[in-house]
Design a protein around this ligand. Structure first.
Ligand code: AMP
Length: 179
């Protein structure tokens, strides 16, 4: 099964994505993780990605599509995967060559997401300043919400209340996916 997870930052995509991956026995991958890895490279593209991410902007569609498509060619993704963070724009969704089975939208309010991010424990990422997070939430409404409509029209979008406790959210996802 090829599943996309969509939600604003702080919605719990990585938590739910990993639970889903375990349940379906397919790998989980996140474009944020891929880009953060590339941003550590001391190359021209590495520096460019780092600057773009730190400002809270998106990597251009063409570059993103190229990187993601290349990643997904690895044999471990052949039988399916859970992808988090992609597609982020309608252009990415349209140009993506894979047939996606389902798209899970984790619905969380901006207020709840900001609250969760400011109280998140552990490592502090330099692309997680309040300004960068606000910028990303703003971008989500502007450019990623239309992606939800795109998949809704295709009849493969499932929506879940992401503000409930982790276990309840995953139960709802499994139920709606029929797994
Ligand atoms: P995330 O961890 O998913 O919030 O991603 C962190 C950052 O990586 C984003 O703010 C973007 O700069 C970049 N990024 C991740 N996924 C994408 C994507 N699908 N398209 C463009 N930029 C992306």
């Amino acid at each position: 099964m090829k599943i996309v997870i969509i939600g604003i930052q702080g919605a719990g995509k990585s938590t739910q994505g990993n639970l889903l991956a375990e349940r379906l026995d397919v790998p989980y991958l996140s474009t944020g993780h891929i880009f953060r890895k590339l941003a550590r490279e001391k190359s021209k593209i590495g520096r460019y990605i780092k600057e773009t991410m730190t400002a809270g902007f998106l990597i251009p569609d063409k570059k993103t599509l190229q990187i993601v498509t290349e990643y997904l060619q690895r044999p471990e993704y052949k039988n399916g995967y859970i992808i988090d963070g992609f597609p982020r724009t309608v252009e990415q969704a349209k140009e993506f060559s894979h047939e996606v089975d389902k798209v899970v939208y984790l619905r969380v309010s901006d207020k709840e997401a900001l609250w969760r991010l400011s109280y998140r424990n552990g490592e502090v990422r330099d692309d997680e300043t309040v300004a960068a997070v606000r910028k990303r939430i703003e971008l989500f409404h502007k450019v990623t919400e239309p992606v939800l409509d795109y998949y809704r029209k295709k009849g493969i979008l499932i929506e879940v209340d992401g503000e409930k406790p982790i276990e309840e959210v995953s139960k709802e996802i499994f139920k709606k996916l029929g797994i």
